[in-house]
Ligand binder design. Structure first.
Ligand SMILES: [Zn+2]
Ligand SMILES: [Zn+2]
Length: 131
């Protein structure tokens, strides 16, 4: 999936997220795109659903916000587990993948015959700059 294959609305939403330093809620995205013809939250949610599906965007459940994938060209949807640190002071989010954590969690689920779907790890706290 490349960004060239996106629809106009998907491209606009992805663009807003790619240029943001912090995660954005769907309503903030809507506000930023009003000049581009966005009127209803549903337009944003539809675009976000597809972007999530393509692995270009991630949802941070704990703060109900969205971020652009840090490495969309590698195809994040193929990674089993996505992990984030979220600074509660400046909202800076850093995405990382760690194969040791991934293997450990996969083994944990397998041992329990649990079939895993999407797994997201969100570590909230204070970043180096804010500490
Ligand atoms: Zn990602
Ligand atoms: Zn911070």
């Amino acid at each position: 999936m490349t960004t060239q294959q996106l629809t106009k609305n998907q491209g606009l939403v992805f663009d807003v997220l790619s240029h943001s330093d912090s995660p954005l809620s769907a309503y903030t995205i809507l506000d930023k795109l009003r000049d581009n013809g966005f009127r209803a939250p549903l337009q944003v949610y539809r675009a976000l659903d597809k972007l999530l599906e393509f692995g270009l965007v991630h949802r941070l459940e704990s703060i109900n916000a969205f971020v652009a994938c840090a490495h969309p060209h590698e195809g994040c949807q193929n990674h089993g587990i996505t992990a984030f640190t979220i600074c509660e002071t400046c909202s800076k989010v850093t995405e990382f993948h760690d194969h040791v954590i991934e293997d450990r969690l996969k083994a944990f689920a397998k041992d329990r015959n649990f079939k895993t779907g999407k797994t997201t790890i969100e570590i909230r706290g204070t970043c180096a700059g804010c500490a």
